[in-house]
Write a protein that binds this ligand. Structure first.
Ligand code: ADP
Ligand code: MG
Length: 327
């Protein structure tokens, strides 16, 4: 029996051109969850995590549009709401898929807090754009009233709030996650945790306190995988393989790279910030902290990738050969 942490990218849940209705979420998740269910049927135990980019944008906007009638919630609460909403979608669709296959397994989502350092330099330099686009006048008012930091996105003609994206350090609920997967050996529970990168909290004299930030979901997934001592970490996105010289005539798709190669290619600029960059950083972090293997691919290539026949493997060194993974 093997266990794996699987991070599902935002695009595997909602496509960029979609609005974000419940029906759209369900339709996309039917496909992703049927691949996850097949993997579970093959005997894998999984811990799932997911992105929340479009969803958190919508939740923040809902809070803004009704702020005259209902007090708007700060960002840590919005992340918690997105974990609830998306956890519910995933939990229900995956449970139904498992039932269809005759597998009686519980799926549960956990509201997860992720510790960040209060002195993280990201707090002084917010870079992550979130939510709606505003006019200059609205932006000036919001910066005054709410103390938001905002930047102008000239290409898309509007002002946008930017928030810090501090590095994740630890998962507050890691013990609970481990107990759910490891203490119920007869039928381990599928846990959905650390959605949207987790709720960012700092440690204070009076305990944990939520902060207005967004944690990168790939880095948080890597910390999750390390904290619960998983050996296999899979990132599902919308490209079948990681490539060098991506989107150029010289593009080369990679079947495998070592930790050293990953670092080298990252420093050469093959993996841009905001898309493939954080995934490769997350892979490096995981392999440097006890992890054995990382796979990056699409949901429909998941099973083939587990057999070494698809996706990009990132491993510590040339051995072991990923094609010999027991399945
Ligand atoms: P997710 O929602 O899964 O996190 P992202 O958009 O953040 O997805 O990252 C995946 C995207 O990274 C792909 O759709 C692709 O356009 C882009 N990308 C950038 N560089 C590379 C690369 N070197 N190889 C493959 N994909 C890349
Ligand atoms: Mg991403």
């Amino acid at each position: 029996m093997r266990t794996a942490v699987i991070a599902i990218g935002g695009n595997a849940i909602l496509h960029p051109e979609q609005k974000g209705t419940k029906e759209e979420h369900y339709a996309n998740l039917q496909i992703t969850c049927s691949h996850l269910a097949l993997l579970i049927r093959e005997g894998y135990d999984i811990v799932l995590t997911h992105g929340n980019g479009p969803q958190i944008g919508n939740i923040v906007l809902q809070n803004e549009l009704t702020s005259n009638n209902v007090p708007p919630m700060p960002l840590d609460v919005c992340v918690a709401e997105s974990q609830g909403e998306m956890g519910y979608f995933l939990q229900q669709v995956l449970t139904n898929k498992l039932r269809e296959m005759g597998i009686d397994k519980q799926v549960v989502s956990m509201i997860t807090q992720v510790v960040v350092n209060k002195d993280d330099k990201a707090f002084k330099n917010p870079t992550k754009p979130i939510g709606h686009y505003y006019t200059k006048d609205e932006a000036l008012r919001l910066m005054e009233e709410r103390k938001w930091q905002m930047v102008e996105d000239i290409s898309r003609g509007g002002w946008r709030r930017v928030v810090p994206s501090p590095k994740p350090i630890d998962i507050v609920e890691k013990e609970a996650i481990m107990r759910l997967i490891f203490s119920s050996k007869s039928s381990p529970i599928v846990v959905i945790a650390s959605g949207g990168g987790g709720i960012p909290v700092i440690q204070t004299e009076n305990g944990y306190k939520g902060v207005e930030a967004v944690i990168d979901k790939d880095l948080a997934a890597s910390i999750l995988a390390t904290s619960i001592e998983e050996e296999l970490f899979i990132m599902l996105t919308d490209v079948p393989k990681v490539a060098l010289n991506f989107n150029t005539p010289q593009q080369v798709e990679l079947d495998k790279m070592t930790l050293l190669e990953a670092k080298e290619y990252l420093s050469q600029g093959h993996f841009p910030p905001g898309s493939m960059g954080p995934k490769i950083e997350a892979a490096i972090l995981f392999l440097e902290h006890g992890g054995k293997e990382v796979i990056i691919t699409t949901p429909d290539n998941l099973l083939k990738a587990m057999q070494g026949k698809a996706g990009t493997y990132i491993v510590k060194s040339q051995n072991p050969n990923p094609k010999q993974i027991p399945f």
